[in-house]
Ligand binder design. Structure first.
Ligand code: TMP
Length: 206
């Protein structure tokens, strides 16, 4: 039997990593074979592309390069890792996927959706997640969490609040277009409440 593909999205600092670990544990306890992965990245080639994309020294990267690299990593990821895992019955949980390209390169950077649609059609051919969680949070809260981590900022984290406000709104708009395939979670709530909401979605999915 095919496994299911679950994606987590949100602005930086929305709690994706914590909740990814929660979903992994929740499914594993119920006997599902779970694979976790991330974008950009997830394969040896994709992780090399990720290094280029996130390097804060690559200030001159134009939006076309950024989008093409995101989709290049994704093409490799879907073919080499995600689809084979699903075919073997594994559940795949991915930290970000194609919605991030629409939110960051499309809405926040202004790349026309028609170009992203063409790249998505080329690399994914209709393949999509069974469920995408959007962890929704005011960007100022997310950025404060990122700052509190005390790590160096990557190329995206150097953007200003208006950039992340556009990203946030883009995710909400994407979710509104296909509500059956998205779960918008208010990530500003206390963690136990966030996780109760995640559980309710997972119960419907299994
Ligand atoms: P992460 O730090 O959450 O792993 O994400 C890496 C960054 O890459 C994050 O700032 C969002 C960005 N990104 C895009 O701009 N487009 C995409 O398609 C993906 C997958 C990520």
């Amino acid at each position: 039997m095919q496994g299911k593909f679950i994606v987590l999205e949100g602005v930086e600092g929305a709690g994706k990593s914590t909740n990814l670990a929660f979903i992994q544990r929740w499914l594993s306890h119920r006997g599902f074979d779970v694979l976790t992965t991330r974008e950009p990245g997830g394969t040896p080639i994709g992780e090399q592309i990720r290094t280029i994309l996130l390097n804060p020294h690559n200030r001159t990267m134009c939006v076309d390069t950024e989008a093409l690299l995101m989709f290049a990593a994704r093409a490799q990821h879907v073919r080499e890792k995600i689809k084979p895992a699903l075919a073997q019955g594994q559940w795949v949980i991915c930290d970000r996927f194609v919605d991030a390209s629409y939110a960051y390169q499309g809405v926040a950077r202004g790349m026309p959706f028609a170009r992203l649609d063409a790249l998505a059609e080329w690399t994914l051919q209709g393949f999509h997640a069974h469920m995408t969680f959007i962890f929704d949070l005011p960007p100022e809260v997310g950025m404060a969490r990122v700052a509190a981590r005390g790590e160096g900022k990557d190329r995206f984290e150097l953007e200003d609040l208006s950039f992340f406000a556009r990203v946030r709104q883009a995710y909400l708009d994407r979710a509104a277009l296909a509500p059956a395939r998205y779960a918008v979670i208010d990530a500003a709530q206390p963690l136990p409440e966030v996780q109760r909401q995640i559980e309710r979605v997972l119960e419907r999915l299994i």
